[in-house]
Ligand binder design. Structure first.
Ligand code: ADP
Ligand code: MG
Length: 251
């Protein structure tokens, strides 16, 4: 999957998300130390780090699942550090868990259920569901129980679902993990579709290659801090990142 060239000049805009010097520990054990991260509207940013390096914890801090120890978080220049999880969702933060998180009901009802919470008019709810079923190639699966979907299909459903709340940013936690290469390409295509809605997107993965094919920039987490950031080709030049993480990537 090759990403076509990009014409958006992200940095002309203000960041849609700013993570400023965020620290988080669990039971006195530091997991994240003074993490800084910016995300611009329409940008896809990768978050790379070995298992257990704190990627999901950083997402938890951004969505409001975890209270942070220090630092601050801004969405569209408004501080949200103390806002509860449901307010952050309302303000436009969407999140796709790294786990298979769908309801035990049909694909159609999985989408309709979320629409019923966020969209008032019945007709508009149905229109949104039909639009998402079509755009994410789920029409033929609409009456199937979501628990019977394949790994790639359930990812498409989860990705489609993130769009319902009209999000400003979408956090995808390992959306390409444990999928066959051909399915990874399919998911990459749908992630790029999310970007076409103008959302800022952060993606984690430990398959660096899959991630670098679709991101504009990336951050590498190691030893509780960001040890490298920038465009993929700049990150590959970073000695620190290579030592920690990319040793086998150049082969
Ligand atoms: P990643 O997503 O990069 O694999 P995580 O953010 O899930 O890493 O985990 C980072 C570290 O924090 C791990 O050592 C994990 O065991 C620990 N951790 C994550 N969540 C909790 C929690 N709720 N309570 C205590 N420790 C946690
Ligand atoms: Mg994780």
């Amino acid at each position: 999957m090759k990403k076509s060239f990009r014409i958006i000049k992200f940095k002309k805009n203000k960041p849609v998300l700013q993570v400023k010097s965020v620290s988080k520990s669990f039971d006195g054990r530091p997991i994240l130390k003074k993490i800084n991260l910016d995300l611009f509207p329409g940008e896809i940013v990768g978050l790379i780090g070995p298992n257990g390096s704190g990627k999901s914890t950083l997402y938890g801090a951004i969505i409001g699942q975890y209270k942070i120890d220090n630092g601050s978080i801004f969405l569209n220049q408004k501080e949200i550090t103390s806002e509860p999880i449901h307010i952050r969702a309302k303000l436009g933060i969407a999140y796709l868990s790294q786990y298979r998180s769908v309801f035990n009901m049909t694909v159609f009802d999985n989408l309709l259920g979320i629409c019923q919470i966020t969209i008032k008019e019945k007709e508009k709810q149905r229109l949104m569901v039909e639009k998402l079923l079509t755009e994410f190639n789920l029409q033929h699966l609409r009456n199937i129980n979501a628990n019977s979907l394949s790994g790639g299909e359930v990812r498409r459903l989860q990705i489609a679902r993130t769009l319902i709340n009209n999000p400003k940013i979408i956090l995808l936690d390992e959306p390409m993990a444990a999928l066959d290469p051909i399915i990874v390409q399919d998911i990459q295509k749908f992630i790029l579709k999310l970007q076409s809605y103008g959302c800022g997107i952060i993606i984690t993965d430990h398959q660096v290659q899959n991630l670098f094919e679709i991101v504009d920039r990336a951050y590498v987490i190691g030893e509780q801090t960001i040890i490298a950031s920038g465009r993929p080709k700049d990150i590959l030049k970073s000695t620190k990142a290579r030592e920690l993480y990319f040793g086998s990537f150049e082969n």
